[in-house]
Ligand binder design. Structure first.
Ligand code: SF4
Ligand code: SF4
Length: 285
């Protein structure tokens, strides 16, 4: 059972929800698919038991001994990556156009390491994560690899929680593909509702049960009602409504899940949401 926690954009409180659900769910598998801003490790530290290079891109390289400095490659590169028969690897997008025009076959594309992937053993189970190289972009391929790495440790009926990237890009698609449940975290603002609609459009392409979590629902009750009405119209389950709670900041600063603060109203609301989700998961199975 894979649960992907997603949001239409950053800053909706997705991390708070993921860290809390991860804690409530006990010994589960966690995958930090938010590869551009991974932070599950901060909440669930442990011992790295595996580290591997991830090659997610291609970069062009010029063989200087073959190059005759004709500069044809420079003219064809749309990314301005070639100057004076040298390639700036930060600008090279690996499109391969230069390799096609070089009269001396002096250019070739080479695999580029874009991240390190880790399997981390924590007190609460396995965490699959990555650290991107400087200047590298997060990619769907990397997310798919992290999910694949995690699958090796999944025992029967064990829950996997995927902390997805915000937005609707490739890495989000890779987070949601094949997941059983997508929990979309939103906030009660006009842009929150628009982002929710965009991510729902995306999820409609997948065979995934969608649930909604409205974070800080009480800061704008009118928008919360609009989101609920939209969910009802679409036949979607609002799994939880989390109130604004100043304790959340304390939880983020101390890197402890909000559910470990007994007097937190947000923590209580997430606990209630988890119970409702579990009931649905039982029926789902
Ligand atoms: S096209 Fe080939 S030979 Fe010409 S400058 Fe570029 S690398 Fe050198
Ligand atoms: S691979 Fe594409 S982006 Fe990179 S140097 Fe060649 S033409 Fe430019």
């Amino acid at each position: 059972m894979e649960i992907a926690v997603l949001s239409g954009k950053g800053g909706t409180g997705k991390t708070t929800v993921v860290a809390a659900l991860s804690s409530l769910a006990g010994r589960i598998i966690r995958v930090d698919c938010d590869v551009d801003a991974p932070n599950l490790y901060l909440f669930y530290q442990g011992k790295d038991i595996e580290k591997k290079n991830f090659y997610g891109g291609k970069k062009a390289r010029i063989n200087k001994t073959l190059c005759i400095k004709c500069e044809i490659c420079e003219e064809v590169c749309k990314f301005g990556a070639i100057k004076n028969s040298s390639i700036d690897s930060f600008l090279c997008e690996g499109c391969g156009a230069c390799t096609l025009v070089c009269p001396k076959n002096a250019i070739r594309l080479e695999d580029e390491k874009t991240a390190d992937t880790f399997i981390t053993k924590t007190e609460k189970g396995i965490l699959s994560r990555a650290i991107m190289g400087v200047g590298s972009d997060g990619s769907g391929k990397l997310v798919t690899q992290l999910r694949k790495n995690a699958k090796r440790f999944v025992e029967e009926t064990q829950i996997t929680i995927l902390d997805g990237s915000p937005g609707i890009g490739c890495s989000v698609i890779a987070s949601i593909t094949g997941a059983d449940i997508a929990l979309i975290v939103t906030e009660p603002t006009r842009s929150g509702l628009d982002d929710l609609k965009r991510i729902l459009e995306l999820s409609e392409h997948f065979d995934t049960q969608v649930m909604i979590c409205i974070n800080k629902y009480d800061i704008n009750l009118d928008m919360t009602k609009q989101i609920e009405a939209y969910a009802t119209k679409k036949g979607l389950f609002v799994a939880g409504k989390i109130p604004f709670d100043e304790k959340v900041m304390e939880s983020v600063n101390s890197l402890k899940p909000i559910t470990s603060f007994p007097d937190s109203i947000a923590g209580k609301a997430i606990e209630t949401m988890w119970i409702r989700m579990k009931n649905l998961i039982i029926n789902f199975n």
